[in-house]
Each structure stands twice: as C-alpha cells, then as structure tokens.
Write a protein that binds this ligand. Sequence first.
Ligand SMILES: Nc1ncnc2c1ncn2[C@@H]1O[C@H](COP(=O)(O)OP(=O)(O)O)[C@@H](O)[C@H]1O
Ligand SMILES: [Mg+2]
Length: 154
Amino acid sequence: MYNYEFITLSEDETINLGHEIAKGLSPGDILAIYGDLGSGKTEFVKGICEYFKVEEIVTSPTFTIVNKYNASSSDNQLVLYHIDLYRIEKEIELLEIGFEEYLNDRSAITLIEWAEKTSLIPDNAILVKIFLDEDDDNKRLITIKSPKEFKIGM
Ligand SMILES: Nc1ncnc2c1ncn2[C@@H]1O[C@H](COP(=O)(O)OP(=O)(O)O)[C@@H](O)[C@H]1O
Ligand SMILES: [Mg+2]
C-alpha cells in the first residue's frame, strides 16, 4: 500500500489535488471517499471530473444516489460513476441501486462519497479521507491509501 498525506488551504487546492490524482486513474479503479459533511468530497470529485473533461455540472448526487458522467482521457471515452451514499440508511438499499454492479464495472471509474456507509468497499479500492481542521475553516488534511503509486507534482 502507498500512503500519501496532503494539506489543502482552499477549495481550489482540493480541486487541484483531485485533478492530479485523476492522472493516475484508469478504468476499473474505485475511489472510496470518507469525510464529514462539507469536508470537500465533492470538490475533490470535481477535480477528477475536470481532468476527465466531464461536461455536466458536478454536484453530490444526493437525490439520485448515482450520477453517470461521460468522460474522456486523451482519445479514450470512459464512464465515471459518482455515487453519494449519504442518504443510505440500510445496506440492503445498496442492492436496490445496483451498487455492486458499479463496483464490478471494469470499464468505468467509480467515485464514492460517504464510503463509511458501506462495508462493500473492495480491498483494491483507493481510500481517500478528508479531515476538517478545528482552527482553520479552509484547511483540510487529505490522506490517500492506495494499492498503486501516484506521482503527484504538487
Ligand atoms: N481546503 C478546502 N477543500 C475543500 N473544500 C473547502 C476547503 N476550504 C473550504 N472549503 C469549502 O468546504 C465546502 C466543501 O463542500 P463539499 O465538497 O460539497 O463537501 P462534501 O461533499 O464533503 O459534503 C465548500 O463549500 C468549500 O468551498
Ligand atoms: Mg458531497
């Protein structure tokens, strides 16, 4: 496992970090994103979507649970699934939304907000944890634990 730690001091820095991480992602990857409400999970996802040239407006799919974005990297088209589990109360609901099919879709990159709501995160997932700072409203500690290495120039 590779472990990384970043401090961001603004929304834009978190978006940039998402953009940098996205460079190392490929179809089949699953990102499990943990962190309190307002910690910056969606901002991080926005950065990933920016790198993959997603044209839709990226917001937490709070009511739909899952947003599907058409994306591209260099010449290849791919799909990004953006899942928000905030409203999930029981794990059985995950079966209803076809959660496992998203996890098993090797042609897509799957980004999961509120990953703490499920025990189905696979062992090979990339774990992103975002921590608020007690003293500074704009500061975040972001840790990444990944089975693959990222080369991040920031
Ligand atoms: N360093 C930072 N990184 C990310 N967001 C930040 C940061 N500092 C302040 N913010 C603010 O925190 C909020 C994060 O919101 P959002 O990404 O929707 O959170 P979540 O999806 O985790 O609920 C935004 O209003 C953003 O402007
Ligand atoms: Mg969100």
